[in-house]
Design a protein around this ligand. Structure first.
Ligand code: GAL
Length: 558
């Protein structure tokens, strides 16, 4: 990733977003525990009560882990005679209000899982068609946090932005301040404006208890996956009241590391979530937690970095072949720095003060060891780090908060002017599978269709999906599409234009199946109130081109 875009420093303080009831929720990343990563469907009253007890006795609650969230499979197979959700009678014989009372009695907050489809991922009753009564029921049970999943939501016919706004409206109407956590498998909630409805949104698919998965999830928020590399992370979409969520913690669950190595992996995982200002939802069986794991989850100076009131998400200042350096400027004028070696062999990792907005002699503190390391001139080097080893340090003196990098200017990723904007002049905000090649065919050759060469457009290899944030400022979309002439005979491809993500299946244009013998097709469609425009090219290994892909803004001035 280029580090040039972080060189232009500019002071920028995040703005607070308020829920419609005027309560600022989740001013720092939510912290708690969630049942899924260790118990999956096997939850019941006794287990959850025991977890609540341990959250207090282990010091987790006092370290900040206040939300106890019951994930999928707490509910009965059927709604009651009034259409209300009810507890699985065997797992929670006293009902869901009683378990909430128990959780509250321990000085904790009560979180619950539900799904916006007809069914949850475990095929239990979902909230589609019952949005109001379910939010009302949750409020009556004393729920403080809702994780709202997206299984089976494809058949709702609603875009994610519409769907989550409906839930927020019904939550607000209950009068209870409830944190809403978007679980949409990382489908671009930051792009369509998730912060209008929710306090956190998944940036990734599900996390699994091995390091590759931990790193892959971290990289979604850090920006190495799923967005245009120039963004240097999703950091500019996070801040007090709205957080990028690379999924729940697997600290204490890692299966691919043994002995001391497990602790090394746990710490790398935790440091990444802390520097990324990610929600800290522990996912281990707290009843069986050993002291090493407890010390990781409750490490005070690490948690303080995560919970820093300035709410800046750390971003990469160096990233080369598994050597990574992150920077997170803090409210007190110092900055937290993570130096990580993901490589298979040992390495020295250095941060220079000019990479983090500092110079000269600076005090350095080791946040895991909770020890001052003295004053260092110009840089710090973590020597001889093995795989997954890292140092997490704090640099600088208290004072005026350090500047952050400038956020990506709007004109780089959205429509800001009248007339035509070529989409290849914008950075995409989300992608899945194969990303597009800008202004060339997939093999790098000029885009050529029917004897004509196009300077602008995208080359794609199926399957490819990518999204632009057009912010309701594009009135038309125009392009010429054709299979690339280098595509194999008889290979079929298909171009589709979508409004937002796949959930609503809102297809604005569909080429039907094409081969390299199919003549080019022209697209000229109206876009109405489209916030995010997604271009999809299907067909495994098919090569296709979106030539002259552009949007036209007829109404707005410069
Ligand atoms: C998945 C979700 C997981 C867990 C699971 C429950 O969709 O990403 O975190 O909630 O469903 O069935």
């Amino acid at each position: 990733m280029s580090t040039t875009c972080i060189l232009a420093f500019a002071a920028m303080l995040p703005t607070l977003t308020r829920a419609a009831d005027d309560t600022v929720l989740a001013t720092t990343p939510p912290m708690g525990w969630n049942s899924w990563n260790c118990f999956e469907k096997e939850i019941d009253e006794k287990k959850i009560q025991a977890i609540a007890d341990v959250m207090v006795s282990s010091g987790m609650r006092d370290a900040g882990y206040v939300y106890l969230v019951l994930d999928d499979a707490w509910m009965a197979k059927d709604r009651d005679e009034n259409g209300r959700l009810q507890a699985d009678p065997e797992k929670f014989p006293d009902g869901m209000k009683a378990i909430g009372d128990y959780i509250h009695g321990k000085g904790l907050k009560y979180g619950i899982y539900q799904d916006r489809g007809k069914w949850t991922c475990q095929q239990l009753p979902g909230s589609f068609g019952h949005e109001q009564i379910d939010m009302q029921t949750f409020a009556e049970w004393g729920v403080d946090y809702i994780k709202l999943d997206s299984c089976f939501a494809e058949s709702n016919g609603r875009m994610s932005s519409e769907d989550y706004a409906i839930y927020r409206k019904h939550i607000t109407a209950t009068g209870r301040p409830i944190v809403l956590s978007i679980s949409d498998f990382g489908n671009a909630a930051w792009a369509w404006g998730g912060k209008e409805s929710a306090q956190l949104w998944r940036t990734s698919g599900d996390i699994y208890p091995w390091m590759d998965s931990v790193y892959a999830c971290a990289d979604t928020s850090a920006g190495d996956r799923g967005i245009h590399p120039a963004f240097n992370g999703l950091w500019q979409f996070a801040g007090p009241g709205h957080w990028n969520d690379p999924d729940m913690l697997q600290v204490g669950n890692l299966k691919d590391l043994k002995g001391d190595r497990r602790n090394i992996g746990d710490r790398a995982h935790f440091s990444l979530w802390c520097i990324l200002a990610a929600p800290l939802m522990a996912g281990n069986d707290l009843r069986a937690m050993n002291d090493d794991v407890r010390k990781v989850l409750t490490a005070p100076e690490l948690v303080a970095v995560n919970q820093d009131p300035r709410g800046v998400q750390g971003y990469k200042v160096f990233n080369e072949d598994g050597i990574e350096v992150y920077n997170k400027p803090l409210a007190d004028g110092t900055t937290a720095v993570l130096l990580l070696n993901k490589r298979g062999e040992k390495a020295d990792v250095t941060v220079r003060w000019d990479q983090i907005g500092l110079s000269g002699n600076q005090p350095v503190r080791d946040l895991w060891a909770r020890k001052d390391l003295g004053t260092l001139n110009n840089s710090f080097t973590a020597r001889n780090l093995g795989q997954h080893e890292h140092r997490m340090i704090k640099v600088g003196r208290p004072g005026t908060p350090l500047p952050m990098p400038s956020p990506m200017p709007l004109e780089k990723y959205t429509v800001t002017r009248r007339g035509e904007t070529y989409l290849s002049d914008l950075y995409h905000i989300w992608k899945a599978r194969n990303g597009p090649v800008y202004d060339a065919a997939f093999n790098g050759a000029p885009i050529a269709i029917g004897g004509r060469t196009f300077k602008k457009g995208f080359g794609c290899r199926g399957k490819s999906a990518f999204m632009f944030k057009v912010n309701g400022r594009a009135d038309r979309f125009r392009a010429v599409v054709a299979m690339d002439k280098s595509s194999k005979e008889n290979v079929e491809g298909r171009f589709r234009v979508y409004n937002e993500d796949f959930f609503a299946n809102k297809v604005l244009w569909d080429s039907g199946k094409m081969t390299k013998d199919t003549p080019a097709k022209e697209i000229d469609i109206e876009l109405k109130d489209v916030q995010c425009l997604m271009l999809v090219f299907e067909g495994d290994n098919a090569l296709g081109n979106w030539a002259d892909a552009r949007v036209i803004n007829e109404s707005e001035g410069d």
